[in-house]
Structures are given as structure tokens and as C-alpha cells.
Write a protein that binds this ligand. Structure first.
Ligand code: NAD
Ligand code: MG
Length: 389
């Protein structure tokens, strides 16, 4: 039996992970499940999967979780410390699917105790890619991408020589406002931004898809994960979301990863790697599909793409600054304090004011340094938002 833990088990990725694990109960022993405010879901899953431990991120919900787990034998815990402690419990495979920079430390702890880490939490690579890779290497633990684009690139690179890679193309659906007139974006609401044409995901990543901050994070994630020169990383708008990424080699070959928009493919690939096993995803009928289309991304509509290039260029702790500023701007948009296009303005102002965070030697970056850069960026973002609000 493989010992597995799922961080962010109540979310979209977490539930898809549970779907796969629950189909094969004899193969897994669930160590820890963690969630936020959805105590009923957390407790239900913990009972059903006979988990050793369930953790809510919120201290004040400990009594509710205890009550929901009464008589089940599942241990209940709450709060940040408990979350990090849960990540230190020995496991063979851990899913990192908390949203935001909050997912960094649990994932890092899981790697430190030698677990293979399936990484949906792209923010970990954006904020501390070098640290994640170094820790995995030191522990001989596998770091496996779960973001669909990065899983696609990872799969296209199996058996290949990285030095033969000419380019990596990350596709983007374009999100909710792909076809809106630019002038209408000022009036876009969080509810409108939180609908996605193809993927069913958490609220935050869905809004980030509309602004392409999600794609911006993914460009940085690509650079960090594969150690690829940013000049070789491209993005293309692909409204059908069937091709997740393409890798171009120096002989002109372009390898595309094609599949329906169902995260259980990337999650299952990371779960079974290095084997391939049958997964419950739809098999594509190419004739029914008919055609796939591509467009150039417009940087006026999606300034986040330009900012990502600047962040990749700057290096150091600018990824952590970028992510934290983006999280604060997103919160302000969701709270209707700023407009949809203003999010990019806030992030750009923070990047400018904290440009001193660039240039750190990536090999020397520690969790404390990332936390400090994150803190400074949130402070700076709050000031920018307050000034303009
Ligand atoms: P979600 O909002 O559906 O779920 C997030 C999970 O994290 C929930 O379990 C929630 O309780 C928990 N959580 C939220 N804030 C927390 C905090 N501060 N501390 C501890 N736990 C917290 O999000 P999601 O869509 O499942 O995305 C999870 C991660 O996977 C994100 O990093 C996202 O970018 C990435 N990702 C998601 C998808 C997708 O299809 N949903 C695809 C690619 C990558
Ligand atoms: Mg993705």
C-alpha cells in the first residue's frame, strides 16, 4: 500500500485526486487530508478514505472538525502549524493542491521527508523554484508537475535531451474575456471572470485565467521547472484547450500533448509515474473535434504576459513578489475594490517598487527570504490599492 497525503483535498484538484484514489482503495493508505472551511467535505472524505489525519487551515474550526469526525478514529487538527506538521508525516506520495503561496511550505516539508511531490501548486515554483528543486534532489524525491501544461511538457521530454529543445509552447484558452471588446473589461465583474469556457477549476485560478495571470505564473513555472531559457518559452491562445503544450526540437519536430480538459489525466500521470495506467478520461474523437485553432496573445488585453517576461528576466525573489502582489490584487478585485484591468497595474507598481528583490543568487534563496519578499509585496500592494481605491 502506498502512503499518500492530499493538501487542499477539498478543492478542485484535491477532489479530482480523491476521485482517482477512491477508485482503487486497496492500493492506498491515506495519511493526511487538508482543507479550509468546507469541514463537511473534509470529514466525509477522511471517513470514506479512512485517513489517519484531517486538518483544517482554520484554528477556529477545530471543534467543528472534531465533531464531524466523532467516532471515526480519524485524528483532527487545525491551523498553520498542524498543516506543516501533517506534511512532515511520512508518506510516499503527496499532492500539493493548496491554492496560493500558502501551499509552498507544506510542499517543501513533504519533499524534505522524502515524499514524491505532485505539484499542482504552481506558486511553489514561481516563488521558490530553486529551493523546491534543490530539496527534491537532496532527498532523492521526485517533483512531478500537475499543471496540465507542465505535465504535457514533462511527458514530451521523456527520453529527450534538454539541450535539443528549441522552444516550449504553452497554450492558453484565453479565459472568460477572450472575445470581449477591450473597452468592456473595465466593467467586468468577479462573477463574470470566474466562469471558464473549458476547465472546471477553483475560483482564483479561473479569474487568473481570464487575466492571464495564470498563464504568466505558468511561464515562470516553465522556466523554473525545466531550467529553460525564457527566450525559448512561448505562449499561444488555443480556445479549444485540447493541446496543453508543445515542445519543439532542434530538428524541427514539434511534439504536442493532446487531450480533453480533464485534470485527472495530469494528476493520474503524476500518481502512477513512471508507469502509465488506465485513467478514466474521455478518449478524443479527432473527427468529431474537426479543427483546432490558434491565435497570437494580445499583450494589451493580457499585460500579465509582459510582466511575466520581466519577472523571468529579473530572477531572484521577483517571482515571490509577483505572486504575492497578484494574490493581493486578485483579493481586491474579488472584493470589488479595484477593476479587472487594474489588477495588472497594481502588480506592475509593486514590481517597480520592489525591484531590489531581483538579483538574489537563486541557489541561496531560503524559505525565510521568500516569506519576507512575500510580506513586503503584500504590504506594497495594499498601499497601491488603498491609494487608488
Ligand atoms: P481550489 O480553490 O478549488 O482549492 C484550494 C484548496 O486549498 C482547498 O482545499 C482550500 O481549502 C485550500 N486552501 C485555500 N487557502 C488555503 C490556505 N491559506 N491554507 C491552507 N489551505 C488552503 O483550488 P484549485 O483550483 O484546486 O487549485 C489548487 C492549486 O492547483 C492552485 O495552485 C492552482 O493554481 C493549481 N492548479 C489547479 C488546476 C485546476 O484545474 N483546478 C489546474 C492547474 C493547476
Ligand atoms: Mg495550467
Amino acid at each position: 500500500m502506498r502512503r499518500v497525503s492530499i493538501f487542499g483535498s477539498t478543492g478542485s484538484i484535491g477532489q479530482n485526486t480523491i476521485d482517482l484514489i477512491a477508485r482503487d482503495p486497496g492500493s492506498y493508505q491515506v495519511v493526511a487530508l487538508t482543507g479550509g472551511r468546507n469541514i463537511a467535505q473534509l470529514a466525509d472524505d477522511a471517513r470514506r478514505l479512512n485517513a489517519e489525519l484531517a486538518v483544517t487551515a482554520h484554528d477556529e474550526l477545530l471543534d467543528d472538525l472534531r465533531a464531524a469526525l466523532a467516532g471515526s478514529g480519524v485524528e483532527a487538527a487545525a491551523g498553520r502549524t498542524a498543516l506543516v506538521e501533517a506534511a512532515s508525516r511520512p508518506a510516499d506520495w503527496v499532492m500539493s493542491a493548496i491554492v496560493g503561496a500558502a501551499g509552498l511550505e507544506p510542499g517543501l516539508r513533504a519533499l524534505e521527508q522524502g515524499a514524491d511531490l505532485a505539484l499542482a501548486n504552481k506558486e511553489s515554483m514561481v516563488c521558490a523554484g530553486g529551493l523546491m528543486l534543490r530539496t527534491a534532489r537532496a532527498q532523492n524525491a521526485r517533483l512531478l508537475p500537475v499543471d496540465s501544461e507542465h505535465s504535457a511538457v514533462f511527458q514530451a521530454l521523456i527520453g529527450e535531451d534538454l539541450s535539443a529543445v528549441e522552444r516550449i509552447i504553452i497554450t492558453a484558452s484565453g479565459g472568460a474575456f477572450r472575445d470581449w471588446p477591450l473597452a468592456d473589461l473595465e466593467k467586468a465583474t468577479p462573477e463574470q471572470a470566474a466562469t471558464h469556457p473549458n476547465w472546471d477549476m477553483g475560483q482564483r485560478i479561473t479569474i487568473d485565467s481570464a487575466s492571464m495571470f495564470n498563464k504568466a505564473l505558468e511561464l515562470i513555472e516553465t522556466k523554473e521547472f525545466f531550467g529553460i531559457d525564457p527566450a525559448k518559452i512561448e505562449t499561444v491562445v488555443h480556445p479549444e484547450s485540447m493541446i496543453h503544450a508543445l515542445v519543439g526540437f532542434n530538428d524541427g519536430a514539434l511534439m504536442a500533448h493532446v487531450g480533453p480538459p480533464d485534470m485527472r489525466h495530469a494528476i493520474g500521470f503524476a500518481l502512477h509515474y513512471p508507469q502509465r495506467q488506465k485513467l478514466p478520461v474521455e478518449r478524443l474523437d479527432l473527427v468529431k473535434l474537426g479543427q483546432l485553432t490558434f491565435r497570437e496573445p494580445c499583450e494589451k488585453r493580457w499585460p500579465a504576459l509582459r510582466l511575466a517576461r520581466e519577472v523571468m528576466q529579473a530572477g531572484g525573489l521577483m517571482g515571490a513578489v509577483f505572486n504575492a502582489a497578484k494574490e493581493e490584487a486578485l483579493d481586491a478585485f474579488i472584493a470589488k475594490q479595484i477593476t479587472f484591468p487594474r489588477m495588472a497595474g497594481v502588480v506592475e507598481d509593486v514590481l517597480t517598487s520592489l525591484s531590489s528583490q531581483a538579483g538574489h543568487n537563486t541557489d541561496a534563496i531560503t524559505l525565510d527570504m521568500v516569506a519576507e519578499a512575500d510580506h513586503l509585496a503584500r504590504q506594497a500592494a495594499a498601499a497601491v490599492i488603498a491609494r487608488k481605491a
